[in-house]
Design a protein around this ligand. Structure first.
Ligand code: HEC
Length: 699
C-alpha cells in the first residue's frame, strides 16, 4: 500500500488512461491518490462536454498526454483537451459508417511516440485515424480500411455481422480483435484475429471453432465448423503485457438456445482462453459451460491480479460470468485456485438435443448473483395483476435451477441471459487481490418454438421476419419508413441508438403513454421485431407473394427477459448489486445494492439497485470506487466498506465506465452520461448527453 501511495505521488504529474478499461490488463484501476476518502466530498464539476446529439453513448474515453478521445457528435471521434474539455479535432467517419465501435477505442503509439493511431471498426471495416491530427490513415489496409468479413473462410455475402462494439487489445505493433457474430443459425465463426497496426495485414488467426486437426475439433460434429458460428469474443479481453499472454473470454456457440446441430462440448465456446499474444497459439483454456444452450456468453474482461495463496504470491486471472460465478486461475498454468466440481444438471427433452450431463461449479468463491427464481422470490412492488401472472408463469414453467434446459414449454432462467456480470462490470485492485463485481438480477423465461421456414427461399433473416411483425402491428402508427410523425408519433428509425434493448422490450410488451402494449407477441416475434428495428436494411421491402411457411427441424426462443408492467424486474430487489471479493482467501468482503430506481426512490423506496445496469466500476489507490448508474447518479464509494462517500446527479443515465487520469498534477474522473436521452417524444431532440469531468477545487 505504501508503495502505491508513493507511486501515486510520483505519477501525479501525468497519469494516463491509455486504453479501454484503463490499460491492457483491463483492471479498471488508477494508481492516483489525489482524490481520496478524506477529500472526495469536495469534488466539483471541472468541465462538461455535451455529446451534441441525442444518441446514446457509453464510451470509455482514452487519455494520453493531455488529450482525451471520446465518441460524440453523431458517432464522430472527438479529441478534447483533457483538462478543459475543449475540442481539438473531430473525425466524422461518414454517413455509411455510422455503426462505430461504441464502448471504447484502441490506441497505439510507436516506441518513439511519433506515430499515434486510433483503431476502430465501423460496420465491418477496420480503420485507423491519426491520433494527433484526426485524419484518416489511407495507407492502412486497402485505401484506409480492412474488410473484416474477408478471411473467415465463408462467403462474405452470407455474413450478416462481424463487428463487435467492444474494442480489441493493442499489443506491441498488433491489434487483437474479437467479433460479434449474429445470434442465429449459420452465423459467422468467432475467429480471434490479430492485425498489423501499421498496414492492417493479418498477423494470426485463432479458430474458436476448431478445424480438422486442431485441438478440440472432436468436441463438435466433424463438419460443423463449416456452418456453425459464434464462440466469439464480442466482449472484453485483457493482456499480461510482461508475459505476452492474451486472455480472451468467449461467447456461446450459435444458435444460442438449441444445439441439435452441434452435439458435443463445443470448445472453445464459453471458455477463458489464454493465448500467446504474438502467435495466437493456445497456452491453456477452461470451459465454463459445456454445450451452451442458455446464451451464457463470457463478456467481462478477465481480471489480472496478484493474490496471496497458500502463503505465496501468485499471479492470478479472475473471470466473472453471467451465471454469477467467479473463476480464479493461476494465470500462467491455468490451474484453478480452488476446486471446481463437475455436477450433474437437468436433461433436455427437446428432439435431437443432447445436453451435456454435467456442468462445472466453483466451490469457492461464493457466487455474486442469485441463481434461482421461485414464487418466494417475487418482488413486493408488483401490481396484484402482475403478481398473479408471474406466479402462474413460474408455477407452470420448468424450473430446476441453474442450467435448466429450454424446451417447448416455458423455462425459467436465473440469472437470465442478460443478467449476472457483463461488459465493463468488474474492477480490481491488482496488488491487494480485491475484485469488485457489478451484477444484474434479471430472470428470463425461455421457450422454444419451431422455426417455421419459408419455402420460397428469399432472404429469410430475423430482420425479415421482424419486418412482417412490424407490418402487422406497428406500421399504421409508426409508418412504413419507421419515421412516425413527430412529435406525437415518435420515430423508431433511430431507436437502436436512443434506447436500451430492455426499454424497447418494455415499451412493446407493456405499452408507453397512449400506445397500448403487445403482450401476445411471442418472444421470438418480439426479438425478430427488435432485430428489424435495429437493422431494417437487412430486410427486403416485402415478402414475395406465394411465400409459404412450414415447420422446420430448427427451433428458436426469444431472450425472454421477464419485465413487469412498470418496466421493472419481477424478482425481489436488489436488481443490481456490487460485490467486493477478497481473492486472497476467496471470500466476499461486502455486498451492497448499487443505485436506486428514480420513481421508487421518490416514494422513499431506496437501495433497490438501479435497473438496466451495465455499470463499469473504477477503483483508485485513493480508496475510492467510482460508478455511474442508470438512475443518473455518479457515486464514490469506500473500497473497504461500500459506503457512499459522495454522489452527484447528472442530466442523463450512465452506462459503462469512467476514465480516471491526471493532467498537470490535477486528478480528473470523467463520466459518459449519455446512455438514455430523449426517451419521450417531448424530450426527443433535447440534447442532454455529455461527458462530465469532476476534480477537486483548484487551490
Ligand atoms: C396506435 C398507434 C401505435 C401503434 C399501433 C404502435 N405504436 Fe409505438 N408508440 C405510439 C405512440 C403514440 C408512442 C409515444 C408514446 C409516448 O411516449 O408518449 C409510441 C412509442 C413507442 C416506443 C417508444 C419510443 C420513444 O421514443 O419513446 C416504441 C419503442 C414503440 N412505440 C414501438 C412500437 C412497436 C414496435 C409497435 C408495433 C408492435 C408499435 N410501437 C405500435 C403509437 C403506436
Amino acid at each position: 500500500m505504501r508503495f502505491l501511495v508513493v507511486l501515486g505521488g510520483l505519477c501525479a504529474m501525468a497519469q494516463s488512461w491509455p486504453d479501454y478499461g484503463g490499460g491492457p490488463d483491463a483492471a479498471q484501476y488508477s494508481p492516483l491518490t489525489q482524490i481520496n476518502r478524506t477529500n472526495v466530498r469536495k469534488l466539483q464539476r471541472a468541465w462538461t462536454y455535451p455529446t451534441g446529439d441525442s444518441n446514446k453513448y457509453f464510451f470509455n474515453p482514452v487519455m494520453v498526454d493531455g488529450t482525451l478521445y471520446v465518441l460524440a457528435k453523431n458517432n464522430s471521434l472527438v479529441a478534447l483537451d483533457a483538462a478543459a474539455g475543449k475540442e481539438k479535432w473531430t473525425f466524422d467517419p461518414g454517413p455509411d459508417t455510422k455503426v462505430i465501435t461504441n464502448r471504447g477505442i484502441n490506441y497505439w503509439e510507436s516506441k518513439d511516440k511519433k506515430e499515434r493511431r486510433l483503431l476502430f471498426a465501423s460496420n465491418h471495416r477496420l480503420r485507423a485515424v491519426d491520433a494527433l491530427t484526426g485524419k484518416a490513415i489511407l495507407t492502412f489496409g486497402q485505401g484506409g480500411s480492412v474488410d473484416l468479413k474477408e478471411g473467415l473462410d465463408r462467403d462474405p455475402k452470407t455474413i450478416a455481422l462481424v463487428q463487435s462494439t467492444t474494442p480489441g487489445r493493442v499489443f506491441e505493433d498488433i491489434l487483437i480483435l474479437g467479433s460479434a457474430t449474429n445470434q442465429g443459425y449459420g452465423s459467422a465463426p468467432g475467429d480471434i484475429r490479430a492485425f498489423d497496426v501499421r498496414t492492417g495485414k493479418l498477423v494470426w488467426t485463432f479458430h474458436t471453432v476448431p478445424r480438422p486437426g486442431e485441438y478440440g475439433h472432436e468436441t463438435w460434429p466433424a463438419e460443423a465448423w463449416k456452418s456453425v458460428g459464434g464462440a466469439n469474443v464480442w466482449g472484453e479481453m485483457s493482456l499480461d503485457v510482461k508475459r505476452g499472454i492474451l486472455y480472451a473470454p468467449t461467447a456461446s456457440a450459435k444458435y444460442n438456445f438449441y444445439g441439435a446441430d452441434r452435439h458435443g462440448a463445443n470448445l472453445f465456446s464459453d471458455c477463458l482462453l489464454a493465448l500467446d499474444a504474438r502467435t495466437g497459439k493456445r497456452i491453456w483454456h477452461f470451459q465454463m459451460v459445456h454445450h451452451d444452450i442458455w446464451d451464457y456468453d463470457d463478456a467481462t474482461a478477465p481480471k489480472l491480479l496478484t493474490v496471496t495463496h497458500d502463503g505465496k504470491q501468485l499471479d492470478a486471472v479472475a473471470q466473472v460470468t453471467k451465471q454469477g460465478f467467479v473463476w480464479v486461475f493461476n494465470r500462467v498454468t491455468g490451474e484453478p485456485l480452488w476446486p471446481i466440481e463437475e455436477r450433474p444438471v437437468p436433461k433436455s427433452d427437446m428432439p435431437n438435443e443432447k445436453t451435456w450431463p454435467t456442468q462445472p461449479f466453483p466451490v469457492k468463491p461464493p457466487p455474486f448473483a442469485r441463481q434461482k427464481f421461485t414464487v418466494d422470490d417475487l418482488s413486493p412492488y408488483l401490481s396484484p395483476a402482475d403478481r398473479a401472472k408471474f406466479r402462474d408463469d413460474i408455477l407452470s414453467a420448468r424450473n430446476e435451477g441453474l442450467f435448466t434446459p429450454p424446451g417447448t414449454r416455458n423455462t425459467i432462467q436465473m440469472p437470465g441471459n442478460n443478467g449476472g456480470a457483463n461488459w465493463s462490470g468488474a474492477a480490481v485492485d491488482p496488488s491487494r487481490g480485491f475484485l469488485y463485481v457489478v451484477s444484474k438480477d434479471l430472470p428470463a423465461m425461455l421457450k422454444l418454438e419451431p422455426e417455421g421456414k419459408a419455402k420460397s427461399g428469399f432472404n429469410d433473416s430475423p430482420e425479415q421476419r421482424g419486418q412482417m411483425v412490424y407490418q402487422a402491428h406497428c406500421l399504421n402508427c409508426h409508418k412504413a419508413d419507421r419515421r412516425g410523425a413527430p412529435p406525437a408519433m415518435p420515430s423508431l428509425d433511430d431507436i437502436a441508438v436512443r434506447m436500451p434493448r430492455e426499454r424497447i422490450v418494455a415499451a412493446i410488451r407493456n405499452g408507453v403513454g397512449p400506445m397500448q402494449g403487445f403482450p401476445k407477441l411471442t418472444n421470438v416475434e418480439l426479438d425478430n421485431l427488435i432485430a428489424y428495428l435495429y437493422n431494417p436494411a437487412r430486410a427486403r421491402a416485402t415478402v414475395p407473394a406465394g411465400t409459404s411457411w412450414a415447420d422446420a427441424e430448427r427451433y428458436l426462443s426469444g431472450f425472454g427477459f421477464m419485465i413487469a408492467s412498470d418496466g421493472l424486474s419481477p424478482i425481489k430487489p436488489p436488481w443490481s448489486s456490487l460485490t467486493a471479493y477478497d481473492l486472497n482467501d476467496g471470500t466476499i468482503r461486502w455486498k451492497i445494492p448499487l443505485g436506486d430506481v428514480p420513481h421508487l426512490a421518490a416514494k422513499g423506496i431506496r437501495n433497490t439497485g438501479s435497473h438496466y445496469p451495465k455499470v463499469g466500476p473504477v477503483v483508485t489507490a485513493g480508496g475510492i470506487l467510482f460508478a455511474g448508474t442508470r438512475d443518473r447518479h455518479v457515486r464514490a464509494l469506500d473500497v473497504d466498506t461500500g459506503q457512499a462517500l459522495w454522489e452527484a446527479e447528472l442530466d442523463a443515465a450512465l452506462e459503462g465506465m469512467p476514465a480516471v487520469y491526471s493532467v498537470d498534477g490535477r486528478q480528473y474522473v470523467v463520466f459518459c452520461a449519455a446512455a438514455q436521452v430523449g426517451l419521450t417524444p417531448s424530450a426527443q431532440g433535447k440534447i442532454n448527453g455529455a461527458y462530465v469531468a469532476f476534480a477537486l477545487p483548484e487551490k
